[in-house]
Design a protein around this ligand. Structure first.
Ligand code: F6R
Length: 369
């Protein structure tokens, strides 16, 4: 049943190209438009929205963080992302013109369900992104976009995360298209890139051999830090979460620019720092900023594991260990950069002798608040 893999998690990581392709299936027209007829909100409803809130927990929350960058950039309406467990206790400002997007693999996470019930009481429109047909969260939502990732058995979420990203990209592009803020050819250009991600990901998955050796080296580290900027920041948080939950190691993710405001004091001789580097394409301003953050941590003795785009040759000088990923436009990069971090956490956990699919103290779906 594990299809020749040692763990469900590795099988599910390998299934990611197909999971993305399945989530795109039937939702892109030949002309490169987004077709979301299944989302039962009228075009007028979607035009009336003036604010988006995304609520989710854990890995799904990290997908929401990426979505915020994409939605604000493409749709030009404010988008906030919030931990579902905090949302309703804060008395957020919601009304009929607010779209609340609840992201949940299982569709049964109590914190997310309570957040969406609160949103509905306040008359907001609720759209679920969910991987489980007929589960509670989509049943209680006004509309649903299913991720077609197939069943996720391992406790740690992998393919669900990438398909959640794809679903939020589709929603963002759909909103931009309907509201007329992106030209048809701009939408079509992103769609074209989305269509090519399964092949790019297959290529990436075939080049992950050295991550296993790296995992053996890192398995005795007392802490592992992850840094990223822009959409690389949620990727850093996700890499740290995976390592904590699977390897039971101390790990933390930071926005690369925040390090100098305190956390850089954690860095000691040999501290592993995983650095998610943005694409050098375009003006590459963000990429250069992250590279200077890498220099800062190296100056304090860090050992750097750098995730960068193929062809970014200059970054090599700052990497004790370099992992390259195929080129993608910036907003889509998490579909690539997350994957080596999933494998790294899985392999470190296995090297430490842990049950990768069933980490201690954790359940696949958390049905208590
Ligand atoms: C981490 C993980 C959890 C879930 C979170 C939300 O690997 O799996 O953080 O992402 O519990 O679960 P869902 O998406 O089912 O609402």
């Amino acid at each position: 049943e594990k299809g020749g893999y040692d763990y469900f998690m590795l099988k599910e990581i390998a299934e990611q190209p197909q999971a993305i392709a399945d989530t795109l299936l039937g939702r892109l027209s030949d002309r490169g438009e987004i077709v979301l007829d299944e989302v039962r909100l009228t075009d007028q409803d979607l035009r009336d929205i003036d604010k988006v809130f995304i609520v989710a927990c854990g890995t799904a929350y990290h997908a929401g963080m990426v979505a915020k960058y994409a939605i604000e950039h493409w749709v030009r309406i404010p988008c906030e992302v919030e931990l579902a467990s905090e949302f309703r206790y804060r008395d957020p400002i919601l009304d009929r013109s607010t779209l609340v997007i609840a992201i949940s693999q299982s569709g049964e996470t109590m914190d997310t369900l309570m957040a969406l019930r609160h949103a509905k009481e306040q008359k907001a429109r609720v759209l679920a992104i969910c991987n489980t047909n007929g589960s509670t969260i989509p049943r209680e939502s006004d509309a649903v976009l299913y991720t077609h990732g197939g069943p996720e058995i391992a406790v740690a979420s992998t393919k669900a995360f990438l398909t959640q990203l794809v679903a939020t990209y589709l929603i963002g592009l759909h909103l931009a298209q309907i509201r007329g803020v992106m030209y048809a050819d701009e939408v079509a250009a992103v769609v074209e890139k989305l269509r090519s991600t399964p092949d790019a990901l297959r290529e990436l998955l075939n080049s992950m051999e050295d991550v296993r050796a790296l995992a053996r080296d890192l398995k005795t580290a007392s802490t592992v830090l992850f840094i990223g900027r822009h959409v690389g920041f949620p990727v850093a948080l996700e890499g740290a979460l995976k390592l904590k939950e699977l390897a039971y190691m101390h790990a933390e993710g930071f926005a690369a620019g925040e390090l100098k405001h305190g956390p850089i004091a954690l860095i000691d001789q040999g501290t592993p720092v995983v650095c998610v580097v943005p694409s050098p394409a375009g003006r590459g301003v963000m990429r250069d900023k992250v590279v200077s953050n890498i220099q800062e941590v190296r100056a304090r003795g860090a050992r750097t594991i750098v995730i960068a785009e193929e062809g970014d040759e200059d970054v090599r000088a700052y990497a004790d260990h370099l992992i390259t990923v195929p080129h993608t436009p910036t907003l889509l990069a998490p579909l690539m950069t997350t994957v080596p971090l999933q494998i790294l956490a899985c392999e470190i956990a296995a090297a430490r002798g842990h049950d990768v699919d069933q980490p201690r103290n954790l359940a696949k779906s958390v049905t208590v608040e």
